[in-house]
Design a protein around this ligand. Structure first.
Ligand SMILES: [Zn+2]
Ligand SMILES: [Zn+2]
Length: 145
């Protein structure tokens, strides 16, 4: 998709180096897997996908790569359904929509700054981050009903 390839590996190399982590082909590969399908895969799913382009990558390596990507701020851990941790490479502030029917998790870009003004937080609390998760039917599943 487009020619983000080189840009992505440069950015990755820089980010890893900044945290004292080594850029490796595995880390780059796992990052690419995450960028490719933005459906918030679990580590298990990342592993299955990573194996396609790199048949001898191990689950332990995938965990290590995900950990490095999270540490260097390129990937976020998302816990949408209180089950397995999912991974999201969208570092812009956004929320998640989980489809009750197919289980897919979508990014929802809403302007959090606007909602922030409308949220009433009890006196004395100083929120720094907001997390909103929505559930329902995704467009594909909504059509079927
Ligand atoms: Zn769905
Ligand atoms: Zn996301």
């Amino acid at each position: 998709m487009r020619d983000q390839g080189n840009q992505c590996s440069e950015q990755l190399g820089e980010r890893l180096a900044a945290r004292g982590l080594r850029p490796t082909v595995q880390r780059e590969h796992v990052y690419r897997v995450l960028l490719q399908d933005r459906d918030h895969p679990t580590a298990e799913q990342v592993f299955m996908r990573a194996k396609k382009g790199m048949p001898d990558i191990s689950m332990a390596t995938v965990y290590n790569c995900l950990d490095a990507l999270v540490k260097c701020g390129l990937v976020k851990e998302v816990n949408v359904d209180r089950a397995a941790m999912r991974y999201c490479p969208n570092m812009h502030e956004h929320w998640h929509f989980r489809c009750d029917n197919c289980g897919a998790v979508y990014d929802i870009d809403l302007p959090p700054s606007r909602l922030r003004l409308e949220l009433k937080v009890p006196k004395g609390f100083q929120p720094k981050t907001y997390e909103i998760s929505m559930r329902g039917a995704c467009p594909n599943c909504a059509q079927d009903n």
